[in-house]
Design a protein around this ligand. Structure first.
Ligand SMILES: Cc1cc2nc3c(=O)[nH]c(=O)nc-3n(C[C@H](O)[C@H](O)[C@H](O)COP(=O)(O)OP(=O)(O)OC[C@H]3O[C@@H](n4cnc5c(N)ncnc54)[C@H](O)[C@@H]3O)c2cc1C
Length: 332
């Protein structure tokens, strides 16, 4: 699909590994052999990131999986140890659990999904434990023994843990490293930040003339969607008053038809107007609800307009009527 789009756009796509040799000049090791040298009038870097495997005793020798190998597995792990309770670790842990593997998640922070609000993280933790996933919080991986795919031991440091978790497979999902090393950026005058991302200004211009960087390598958020709940963080940071509406998913009739009533909805509304500031949906068909509220926010609709909507029964959107008809609590 993407290749077809390239062809239709008229852009030339060269498959290969590029490396800078001079300002705005790259040498490409072509995937099907040979070298090609290209000089551009303007250059845009879109290098991305790769999974970080921390330098811990025995870890590399234990041959842990990243998401790349995990997504290629053609067998079910007996007991999968997941290091990292961010979204990549969580979504693949849950998938593997639902396929039938035993699961242990090790997270060094005080909650799963560290960037989320505490109530959202607590709900994810409840759901994970409910599904039979062991979760160790405030627990750091300090090393590994054995071999992933056979028998592997994750050596841990945390409150009340035994110092070791033994499983069959180890999956590391502890963050991303920018693909900026070893490709000659210094020969092109392109500087990096202290954490290895391409240094850019507010226009995404790099330190080199007529060179820009975008996407993850420029340190942009590692999602393509908008995190609605950031509005709440912003609201409290900026001292903006807001009203809070919450509803358990079980009260959304659609979830009864799906036999999946877990989760909740919450919306933040400005204290002094009916403007929607943020929205969180945690539960079945949450993605559909998010899009509906996003459209309302884009159009600047007050929450009362959504509340007045007559949404088809039994859809997830119908839950908005119940959520917004509740009594808001005031905060800040
Ligand atoms: C398991 C997983 C699940 C995810 N799920 C979601 C999700 O549900 N929703 C969401 O919004 N985001 C998700 N993401 C994040 C999303 O994939 C990234 O935010 C997005 O791909 C970043 O885009 P990018 O263009 O910056 O980099 P990439 O998509 O990484 O593209 C960079 C490309 O540049 C190539 N490249 C790098 N260096 C060179 C070089 N020297 N020469 C030639 N080519 C080079 C790389 O091979 C790569 O193809 C997920 C990520 C992971 C790992």
């Amino acid at each position: 699909m993407h290749l077809d789009r390239y062809r239709a756009s008229g852009a030339e796509l060269i498959m290969g590994q590029a490396r800078f040799t001079a300002p705005r000049t790259v040498e490409v090791e072509l995937a099907d052999g040979g070298i090609r040298r290209i000089r551009g009038d303007r250059v845009f870097l879109n290098l991305g990131t790769h999974a970080t495997v921390p330098d811990l005793p025995g870890l590399a020798a234990a041959r842990p999986m990243t998401h790349v190998e995990l997504l290629d597995l053609d067998r079910l792990p007996g007991h999968l140890i997941v290091v990292g309770g961010g979204y990549v670790g969580l979504e693949l842990a849950q998938a593997m659990r639902r396929f039938g593997a035993r699961l242990t998640v090790i997270e060094q922070g005080p909650q799963l999904a560290g960037g989320e609000d505490a109530d959202v993280a607590a709900a994810v933790l409840d759901l994970f434990r409910d599904e039979g996933i062991d979760v160790l919080l405030r627990t750091r991986l300090v090393g590994a023994e054995g071999t992933s795919g056979q028998e592997v031991r994750a050596l841990t440091d945390g409150p009340g843990d035994a110092g070791v978790v033994t499983g069959t497979d180890l999956f590391v999902a502890v963050g991303r490293t920018p693909n900026t090393e070893g490709i000659g950026l210094e020969l092109a005058g392109i500087e990096l930040t202290g954490s290895g991302y391409v240094k850019v200004d507010e226009h995404l211009a790099t330190t080199a003339e007529r060179v820009w960087a975008m996407g993850e390598c420029a340190g942009s958020p590692q999602f393509t969607h908008v995190a609605f709940d950031d509005f709440r963080v912003e609201a409290s940071r900026r001292g903006i008053g807001y009203r809070l509406l919450t509803l358990p998913m079980a009260a959304v009739l659609r979830t009864r038809t799906l036999s999946e009533p877990r989760g909740f909805l919450k919306m933040l509304v400005a204290a002094d107007s009916d403007q929607i500031l943020g929205f969180t949906a945690f539960g079945a068909e949450a993605s559909e609800l998010m899009a509906a509220v996003q459209v309302a926010m884009m159009a600047g609709l007050p929450y009362t307009a959504l509340r007045a909507g007559i949404f088809t029964h039994p859809t997830a959107a119908e839950g908005l009527t119940f959520l917004l008809s509740g009594t808001p609590t005031t905060a800040q």
